[in-house]
Design a protein around this ligand. Structure first.
Ligand code: ATP
Length: 304
């Protein structure tokens, strides 16, 4: 595996009595999209802000491309970020906003038109940002992140406010950037979107690391086999002897965890039990995520 590009080591960040991030150690690798997940207030933005030198760690260290962000010579050429898309002058046009960023970071002015076209804002380049919709603002924020053509991207909820076409566009953009060998760390609360976009997941709960896993492993760990048999009790006993965990479903079928469909079929055959259905059940990221973070949600909707 290529060496890590973002390194967070024993990071703790406290605000007065509130511990936003607690002893977090995680690395983010190039050439893949890493989804950064966690309930509201779990510390995703704070972690990104520490990596970008926008917040000072209480303890621990963060490095990008081998050094603290603030020590990078031309940070915008190395690292692009979307953290707070509202952070801009409302009276400026989109082009003027990006031009100011380009000039203060030693980037060629020609990049402004390039990125405006890339994010689909070419036609409103000379409109004032004040009148932009939430989605247009997000696109402008992504344009700013891409301005320096960086190798590393940290994007905090980039699809927030985007319409379905915009969401698909971000998905394809992130895929392309990762395929070019760049490092992409992206947070989102849209699980179905993340399932289609991310290769790897880092999941936080109350500021702590809950999971740092390939997407396929997380989904695999929550997958199961649905099996129906007219001799369900016999089959259940045989499967349990083979090490599976069995849950009897309301329709009489068995949900089997711990064995794959081939193994379930073999156990049934060896036990001389008839099987009428054998179906792999793939977990959605949403299901896997909710199972993982079930106890970690700080701000929960009251049950009605
Ligand atoms: N500047 C700050 N001052 C005080 N508390 C803060 C500050 N920034 C963040 N926090 C607190 O730290 C915790 C983590 O917040 P953070 O924004 O990092 O979470 P998040 O995972 O990005 O949440 P969300 O998904 O809602 O954006 C929260 O409880 C938040 O209220």
């Amino acid at each position: 595996m290529l060496s890590p590009v973002i390194e967070v080591e024993a990071l703790t960040k406290a605000y007065r009595s509130k511990v936003a991030v607690s002893d977090l150690t995680v690395t983010v690798h190039p050439g893949r999209v890493t989804g950064f997940l966690g309930p509201n207030g779990s510390g995703k933005t704070t972690t990104m802000r520490c990596v970008l030198g926008l917040a000072r760690p209480t303890s621990g260290t963060t490095r990008v491309l081998g050094r603290p962000y603030r020590e990078l010579a031309h940070p915008m050429r190395r690292v692009g970020a979307l953290i707070d898309p509202r952070a801009r002058h409302p009276g400026r046009t989109a082009a003027a906003h990006l031009l100011a960023l380009a000039q203060s970071n030693g980037l060629p002015a020609s990049r402004v038109d390039d990125v405006l076209d890339q994010v689909g804002l070419g036609e409103v380049a000379h409109d004032r940002v004040r009148g932009f919709s939430l989605g247009m603002g997000q696109r402008l924020g992504i344009a700013a992140a891409l301005l320096g053509d960086p190798d590393v991207l940290l994007l905090d909820e980039p699809v927030n406010g985007l319409d379905p076409e915009g969401i698909r566009w971000v998905r394809e953009l992130l895929r392309d950037l990762a395929d070019e060998g760049r490092t992409v760390l992206v947070s989102s609360h849209l699980m179905s979107e993340m399932e289609d976009t991310a290769d790897h997941l880092v999941v936080l709960g109350r500021g702590r690391l809950l999971a740092d896993v390939p997407m396929a492993d997380l989904l695999g760990a929550h997958s199961a086999v649905r099996v129906r048999s007219p001799q369900a009790p016999l089959l259940a006993a045989a499967l349990q002897r083979a090490g599976a965990t069995i849950e009897l479903q309301i329709d009489g079928s068995l949900r089997v965890e711990g064995l794959d469909p081939d193994q379930v079929g073999d156990v049934a055959y060896l036990a001389g039990v008839r099987v009428h259905e054998l179906t792999p059940v793939t977990a959605s990221l949403e299901t896997a995520y909710l199972t993982l973070t079930g106890d970690e949600v700080e701000y929960r909707t009251a049950a009605r």
